[in-house]
Design a protein around this ligand. Structure first.
Ligand code: HEC
Ligand code: HEC
Ligand code: HEC
Ligand code: HEC
Length: 165
């Protein structure tokens, strides 16, 4: 395994006070590297969840808790990348993103069925009970990256490898 410098310690220390800090960067910040994911997300109802609310409801914490949970503390509207994947301030630099373990250590979250159900519960106005497998298909923004579709994910520029003679 690659050795990690002491900077990791300062990152972790910085994080211990991060719960209150504005560590969300907004979905535009992910777009440059995750273009296909961003475009799929941008078509989804999550990207417009606050548009279902009236102006008065947009200020009502009881509605925002699901339609804009990061509005008050982070200034990010709707249900976005970071609502599900965690605030990106510390994990979105390229060198962190490439290290799956480190990215999770500094805030990247793997969204689970349980995390969906914090909003998709009995109190939401759905006609059908929440079906995790079906709902996942409806928000698919990962298949393009996983199947390596061209341009789906832009890599940060890499130094040219030294040519062997
Ligand atoms: C500088 C480019 C860059 C930015 C900005 C970026 N990512 Fe990434 N991300 C990557 C790369 C590259 C990978 C793939 C790492 C690998 O597979 O080696 C990745 C991987 C991921 C993964 C999968 C991690 C895993 O190990 O399964 C998720 C989820 C993710 N990014 C979410 C986000 C979100 C959400 C944002 C915005 C807050 C974001 N990324 C911003 C480059 C970036
Ligand atoms: C517990 C989470 C939760 C809370 C709290 C909540 N909603 Fe929702 N709301 C949802 C979910 C989830 C959906 C999508 C349901 C579906 O189609 O599966 C939804 C859908 C809606 C829709 C329908 C949107 C459409 O396109 O059909 C409206 C309107 C709405 N909510 C308004 C409100 C208002 C107003 C409040 C506050 C009084 C509120 N919601 C509070 C979770 C919530
Ligand atoms: C409603 C929650 C939700 C939102 C919003 C969301 N994601 Fe995801 N994302 C998921 C889930 C769940 C998965 C994993 C699906 C699976 O494993 O089947 C995932 C997977 C991914 C992956 C692939 C990870 C891998 O292991 O290959 C990337 C990259 C990613 N998301 C980036 C983003 C970006 C960028 C945004 C915003 C533009 C975003 N996501 C918005 C829930 C969300
Ligand atoms: C922070 C709250 C929240 C979380 C977490 C969340 N959602 Fe949602 N979701 C909503 C709201 C609110 C809506 C309705 C948006 C609207 O139309 O106003 C919605 C809408 C949807 C819809 C569209 C329903 C329709 O009628 O078309 C799908 C599919 C969905 N969510 C799947 C998921 C999945 C899968 C997860 C977990 C990976 C998840 N959501 C996590 C709040 C949430």
């Amino acid at each position: 395994m690659r050795a990690r410098g002491p900077w990791i310690l300062s990152l972790v220390l910085a994080l211990s006070g991060a719960a209150e800090a504005a560590d969300y960067l907004g979905p535009e910040s992910c777009k440059g590297c995750h273009l296909a994911a961003y475009e799929a997300f941008n078509q989804s109802k999550h990207a417009r969840a606050m548009d279902s609310l009236s102006d008065a409801q947009k200020k009502d914490a009881r509605c925002l808790s699901c339609h804009g949970p990061d509005q008050a503390a982070q200034g990010v509207s709707h249900v976005t990348c970071e609502t599900c994947h965690g605030g990106g301030k510390y994990y979105s630099p390229a060198y962190v993103m490439k290290d799956a373990e480190l990215a999770r250590l500094v805030g990247l979250v793997d969204p689970s069925e349980k995390s969906c159900r914090t909003c998709h519960d009995a109190s939401s106005p759905s006609l059908k009970p929440f079906d995790f497998v079906e709902s996942l298909k409806a928000i698919d923004h990962w298949s393009a990256e996983r199947t390596g579709k061209k341009g789906a994910r832009a890599e940060a520029p890499q130094p040219e490898p030294a040519k062997k003679k």
